[in-house]
Design a binder for this molecule. Structure first.
Ligand code: GLU
Length: 549
């Protein structure tokens, strides 16, 4: 068979470059020795998930700790799954977590010399290589219909054989020249398949940068490399792209491990050196007593949008993921509480080999701690950004009064040498802590533990003596006086000695006051809260509380 003629008929594109020409179009990168070139290669489905961030963080760390490059490639070979705006969403989401690409799709960079970074725009490159493989007799056209393939699969399943297109089942592998041209003349659609030379009796041992040595069986499937629409499959496209984008380290999900034999064979027939592969384990969660994979359907926390909407502090998510990526990060972070996580020596071979447990409660703890380290000004900026995008109209109005919010933040977060409070876990929850400082969102629940007369007596008594100029201890002395006047113990020691002698104690009096002012029995320092509210508003709350009895 004249394979050159056949290749021309199957891939009739004019002006295709020769495969060798791409070697000089995409020269080796000039990088320091040991530099890693990594990539994130998502499909633009619009769903960017925690697994992407997990991989991206590993990619970014590996590239940037070695003087290498981290780039974004969009694997858009499946037109049906493509969603408008998905690429921007990947970039925006990762930027939110402080992860930036050096080059790639939609990235403005002088380094963009290995593009195009969209696979559909690289069709000519793939087709040039497919044409060469046909010429070499290493690939062939297959005219089997979906129905025929289904039928074969069913037969194989019934006879408990491996399913797929191989050996005797690879019907089109042995078509005669005449048959091929007849099919082509009839306009039958075709795909191009690899003519595999593998044998499942042979084992290959391969070294995965995360999982270590893995032994797999050679591929013997004649996999599709070019689909009937002339666009390649992932297997083929990624081999070409990682070669010409000069990727050194491919970090991807372990779901690709089963296709590895195909990828090994493809690199061999294409004459490419294989990049190092690192297959990450799946992110798992505890569901009751059992550990299971995070699922798109069941777990909203799998989507990265979840973290932005809930207002997680981005650095907290990154730091928590670092502990999932490298278990010794936690120890490092304890020793370096104010250290930059980028100073930690990230190691790909320290990544978990199986099922990384993602624990939302732990993330919440990290988030609280990270937010508590912020200055009130930085915390304001963080909350304001969230409020602008996700808050209510009232939140937005409130947060326009920066000075007032900063006073509250000074109270909520504690200043100076005082131990920081850890009240804010996420912006979504943190912003609600401001509600009672504003009249339009103050929704008290007057759940007193004392009768109306006692409550009124405490509120009236305190209203008479309250002076916003009082310092904390004067404020408290005044409260003790009021407590005493209504028959409460002014000192806790007195009360403890004989509880039956009193109606209540000074802390009960404080609770009555607190419920009136903030609408619940729990809050930070009440004297400061009344100071922030201002005399008029604070006293009005006491009057309103009485009316509600
Ligand atoms: N497009 C593939 C995916 O989204 C990428 C796999 C890879 O990184 O090579 O799963």
């Amino acid at each position: 068979m004249n394979l050159k003629e056949l290749a021309k008929r199957l891939i009739p594109d004019e002006n295709l470059l020769e495969p060798e020409e791409y070697e000089s179009i995409y020269p080796q990168r000039q990088l320091p020795k040991g530099a890693q070139v990594t990539r994130l290669a998502p499909s633009p489905t619009g769903f960017i998930h925690l697994g992407n961030l997990y991989s991206a963080l590993a990619d970014e760390r590996c590239a940037h700790t070695t003087g290498g490059i981290f780039y974004l490639r969009i694997e858009d070979t499946d037109e049906k799954r493509k969603v408008e705006g998905a690429v921007e969403s990947v970039i925006r989401s990762l930027k939110y977590f402080g992860i930036k690409f050096d080059e790639g799709a939609e990235i403005e960079s002088p380094l963009n010399k290995y593009g195009p970074y969209y696979q559909r725009a690289r069709a000519q490159i793939y087709r040039s290589f497919v044409k060469r493989l046909i010429e070499q007799g290493l690939a062939y056209p297959c005219f089997c219909t979906a129905e025929e393939l289904d039928e074969v699969r069913e037969k194989q399943t019934q006879s408990k054989e491996t399913t797929g297109y191989y050996g005797v089942y690879a019907k089109c592998r042995n078509l005669s020249e005449q048959e091929i041209y007849k099919n082509l003349d009839e306009g039958k659609p075709f795909v191009i398949r690899l003519k595999s030379s593998g044998n499942i009796e042979n084992k290959i041992t391969f070294r995965d940068a995360i999982k270590g040595d893995i032994t797999v069986t050679e591929n013997d499937q004649d996999v599709v490399i070019l689909k009937s629409d002339g666009i390649p499959t992932y297997h083929f496209a990624h081999a070409i792209d990682d070669h010409f984008m000069r990727t050194t380290l491919v970090i991807r999900g372990e779901e690709w491990l089963s296709s590895l034999p195909i990828h090994i064979e493809l690199h061999k027939v294409l004459g490419f050196r294989q990049p190092t592969y690192a297959h990450t384990c799946s992110l798992m969660k505890m569901d009751g007593e059992t550990k299971r994979k995070l699922s798109k359907r069941k777990d909203p926390e799998l989507s990265l949008d979840y973290y932005r909407k809930a207002g997680y502090f981005p650095l907290a998510v990154v730091k928590y993921l670092m502990t999932v990526l490298n278990s010794n990060f936690e120890e490092w972070a304890l020793k370096n509480p104010d250290g930059d996580y980028r100073d930690f020596k990230f190691k790909i071979d320290k990544m978990g080999k199986s099922g990384a447990l993602f624990d939302l409660d732990k993330l919440n703890d990290v988030s609280k701690t990270e937010i508590s380290k912020l200055s009130p000004e930085a915390c304001y900026d963080f909350l304001k950004e969230w409020v602008d995008e996700f808050g209510t109209d009232a939140d937005r109005t409130h947060f326009n009064d920066r000075e007032y919010i900063l006073k509250i933040l000074n109270l909520i977060m504690g200043t100076g040498g005082k131990k920081r409070r850890k009240d804010i876990e996420r912006a979504e929850q943190g912003v609600r802590l401001f509600d009672y400082f504003f009249d339009d969102t103050f929704k008290p629940e007057y759940a007193y533990r004392f009768d109306g007369q006692t409550v009124t007596a405490v509120l009236d008594g305190f209203a008479k003596v309250y002076d916003p100029a009082d310092d904390n201890s004067t404020w408290f002395s005044k409260l003790k006086e009021v407590a005493k006047a209504v028959g409460f113990a002014a000192e806790m020691s007195e009360y403890k000695a004989d509880p039956t002698a009193f109606k209540g104690n000074v802390s009960d009096a404080a609770e009555i006051l607190r419920i009136a002012v903030v609408g619940s029995p729990n809050s930070p320092d009440l004297c400061t809260i009344m100071g922030i509210l201002g005399k008029e508003r604070a006293l009005k709350r006491l009057t309103d509380a009485k009316k509600a009895i």
